[in-house]
Write a protein that binds this ligand. Structure first.
Ligand code: SF4
Length: 326
């Protein structure tokens, strides 16, 4: 590992000043330290932000649930408001990584985590995301776990996070603080599909700090949950996953928010499935009909083509679990 400096800061202003001088923010370090060990990232200056007052989880006056960027995955999953109002978030977190990692890793770090594509982490391989213009080893390589939605000729890596799938479904807001002040970015605009610039993964400006993720207000009786399908039941990334949130007053589906993971270059919303649900009675035949649209637009490769059928079945099963019928 290349040598680097480490500065500790105690407030946001000091963090922003250190960031302005080129420092990279580090909190739990569960992604960045790994990447430094593999020589994928080689920052010269790290800024330890773990002392910043950004751990709180609470409802705002407008009814949004604000999750501080430094709240750990474990603390977020255990928080009573998260468990009570948004079980989809708690379940996505509990199905992520290992218990040890969940106690170290933060929500801010989670949404900024980089891809788990093996070629990205192997500095001897060609990878457009790590070194733009060098090619993509996965296209003709081992790509069983790679994406089928949102891909480009330049990158087909899946987004690895589970909780980002839940945040995408719930249309969360990312709160940022940078040299030019504060701003809020919709989750669907924050994470960027690869297109022609796979090295750009999020809408984060130079020196900007993620301060919180905010889930907007929903009816208190919103029903939600997260289903993750993987090769083994712990410490494994999703082959497919589905975050589903439904509001079904009087038996009629009024709100349907659905995003899927393990299949997209970013957490993938399914507007076609949502539209097929809204206004219909929550009856057993509805779920399969709506879920049949889940893989529309998928670009399949020989090794990952199985994900299309698996995705449809994952979404149908989770609709039945959340909406009734299982
Ligand atoms: Fe790199 Fe993306 Fe290709 Fe993986 S899929 S090798 S991250 S360009």
């Amino acid at each position: 590992m290349r040598s680097f400096t480490l500065t500790t800061v105690a407030d946001v202003a000091a963090a922003l000043e250190a960031g302005r001088r080129g420092g990279r923010f580090i909190a739990g370090g569960t992604t960045l330290v790994d990447l430094m060990r593999h020589h994928v990232e080689q920052p010269e200056a790290l800024v330890d932000i773990t002392a910043l007052p950004l751990r709180g989880i609470a409802f705002t006056g407008e009814g949004s649930l604000r999750i501080g960027a430094l709240a750990t995955m474990a603390d977020t999953a255990a928080h009573p408001d998260v468990r009570d109002r948004f079980p989809v978030v708690a379940q996505a977190l509990e199905r992520s990584a290992s218990a040890q990692l969940r106690h170290m890793a933060t929500i801010g770090g989670n949404i900024l985590q980089r891809t788990r594509c093996a070629y990205f982490r192997d500095v001897s391989a060609s990878c457009n995301k790590r070194v733009p213009g060098t090619g993509c080893s996965a296209v003709d390589g081992i790509n069983r776990g790679h994406a089928i939605l949102g891909t480009s000729e330049h990158c087909i890596a899946t987004h690895a996070s589970d909780v980002c799938v839940a945040f995408a479904a719930l249309e969360a807001i990312v709160r940022l603080h940078g040299p030019d002040g504060e701003r809020a970015v919709r989750f669907s605009d924050f994470l960027l599909p690869p297109g022609d610039t796979p090295e750009r993964e999020y809408d984060l400006r130079s020196g900007e700090l993620v301060t919180a993720v905010e889930i907007p207000a929903y009816p208190p009786d919103l029903q939600s949950g997260y289903l993750k399908v993987r090769d083994r039941q712990s410490y494994e990334f999703a082959l497919t996953s589905a975050a589903v949130a439904l509001h079904i007053p009087d038996g009629v589906i009024r709100t349907a928010k659905i995003a899927v993971g393990g299949v997209g270059t970013v957490p993938w919303r399914l507007p076609g499935v949502e539209q097929a649900l809204i206004g219909r009675r929550a009856e057993p035949t509805v779920w399969a009909d709506a879920a049949s649209r889940a893989a529309d637009g998928a670009q399949l490769l020989p090794q990952n083509g199985f994900k299309a059928d698996l995705l449809v079945r994952t979404v149908e099963r989770q609709l039945r679990i959340v909406g009734g019928g299982l």
